[in-house]
Write a protein of this length. Structure first.
Length: 87
C-alpha cells in the first residue's frame, strides 16, 4: 500500500510515507512547520489501531514529536514494533 503519485513512482518506502502524510493532510492535521509557534495545533498523542509493526506510528511520532501507542492482535508484530521503536 502507498500513495503512488506520480504514477511511475517505484520507491515503495516513500510511497508509504507519502500515504501517511496525505491521510494526515486530508484529516486536517497541520504540518509542523505550518503550525509555527502555535504548538497547541499539533498532536501530542497518537493511537494506531491495527498498527502492524508500527511504521505509521513511528513516522507520526518522529514528525510531530508526540507519543504513539499501537494496537495489534499479533504478539509477534507487537514485539517487533517495540524493538523497532527503540532504534
Amino acid at each position: 500500500h502507498g500513495y503512488y503519485i506520480p504514477a511511475d513512482r517505484t520507491d515503495h518506502v516513500q510511497a508509504q510515507i507519502d500515504l501517511i502524510d496525505e491521510v494526515l493532510k486530508w484529516s486536517g492535521v497541520p504540518e509542523p512547520a505550518a503550525a509555527g509557534n502555535n504548538a497547541s495545533e499539533l498532536p501530542t498523542k497518537c493511537v494506531d489501531v491495527g498498527c502492524g509493526i508500527g511504521g505509521s506510528s513511528r513516522h507520526i511520532a518522529k514528525k510531530y514529536g508526540c507519543t504513539a501507542n499501537g494496537i495489534t492482535l499479533s504478539p509477534y508484530q507487537a514485539g517487533r514494533g517495540n524493538e523497532l521503536a527503540k532504534e
